[in-house]
Design a protein around this ligand. Structure first.
Ligand code: GDP
Ligand code: MG
Length: 312
């Protein structure tokens, strides 16, 4: 397939020298750890900047970006190789349609990923949005239900549109930490990650500014309002996630066709229902039968029964 062709990663050459040096250094480190291929899955709602972020990392217009039109229905994998290292980035269509998670889009993504290993999940949202809602949680839940919650051990959150002036007199860093805390909370809820699970392994949040009008430093690198050169920072975080001791997620037939990987205890359900029937329903039924039996007895008779029982 044309979209699967591995091309030389020439886009790297259009980065300023400072960025190129850092990127090649990071790829070198990965190769030292015997990582020669990296497959990154990019997911999120529509219009948040997924495709733009793919293009920013690759350094060329590899996938279509659009402000208004809805995206194509299929995922696209962009593969580039450089000095024996292959980078695969899978751009996906937005997961939301008409206010709901689009299960069909999710199904297509799962089939596309069959027999691939996801090394990193990049979950994209915008920095310049002030609220999270139930839909965000549903999107995270859908990803978790598809690939298992372990995928978040290989996950990072990217917040785009990061070149902004925060509202309400907040400092940039305060705004960033509030927004990232809100998004992370939704990720924890949607992925049902327990408090004790996250210690020492929280999902990192990275800022991205895909706009051509992004400010630059003296070395011509694109920087955020806090001075961070964001492309090397993003790639560094990706390599950190790869090296955190967790495993990539192999998308095999069992994973996409089997039961929800988070509900493996499902076989217990018949036993639990049987238990409830015998120990709860039966007992309540007995109580009800007793009440009905008592109701048939006239009040004076019940009184006499009580008096009679007191006599003995
Ligand atoms: P996708 O639907 O998630 O793939 O989003 P796109 O990458 O197609 O972007 C949607 C729109 O947002 C396009 O008009 C992009 O130019 C714009 N966009 C994406 N990322 C950024 C960003 O970081 N900053 C700004 N200013 N615009 C962005
Ligand atoms: Mg897109």
């Amino acid at each position: 397939m044309a979209s699967q062709l591995i091309r030389e990663w020439t886009g790297i050459q259009q980065f300023p020298a400072a960025t190129q040096t850092k990127l090649l250094e990071m790829l070198g480190k990965l190769k030292q750890e015997d990582v020669n291929t990296l497959t990154i899955l990019v997911m999120g709602k529509g219009g948040v900047g997924k495709s733009s972020t793919v293009n920013s990392i690759i350094g060329e217009r590899a996938v279509a970006v659009s402000a208004f039109q809805s995206e194509g229905p299929r995922p696209v994998m962009v593969s580039r190789s450089r000095a024996g290292f292959t980078l695969n980035i899978i751009d996906t269509p937005g997961l939301v349609e008409g206010g709901y998670v689009n299960d069909q889009a999710l199904e297509i993504i799962k089939r596309f990923l069959l027999n691939k290993t996801i090394d990193v999940l990049v979950y994209v949202d915008r920095l310049d949005v002030y609220r999270v809602d139930n839909l965000d949680r549903q999107v995270v839940k859908a990803i978790t239900d598809s690939f298992g919650k372990e995928i978040w051990r290989r996950g990072l959150v990217v917040l785009t549109h990061a070149q902004l002036s925060p509202p309400d007199g907040l400092s940039y860093d305060d705004f960033f930490s509030r927004r990232s805390e809100a998004v992370l909370k939704v990720v924890r809820l949607g992925a049902r990650i327990k408090k004790q699970d996250i210690q020492g392994s929280s999902v990192p949040v990275v800022l991205v500014e895909n706009s051509g009008r992004c400010n630059k430093n003296d070395s011509d690198e694109k920087i955020l309002p806090n001075g961070t050169a964001w492309i090397p920072n993003l790639v560094k975080t990706i390599t950190d996630v790869v090296s955190n001791g967790s495993k990539g997620i192999l998308v095999d037939k069992k994973l996409i066709e089997g039961p929800n990987p988070n509900e493996r205890g499902k076989f217990l359900i018949p036993f639990i229902l049987a238990f409830q029937y015998f120990f709860v329903v039966k007992r309540i039924q007995r109580w009800i039968q007793y009440d009905i039996a008592m109701e048939d007895i006239p009040a004076w008779e019940k009184r006499d029964m009580a008096v009679a029982s007191r006599k003995f």
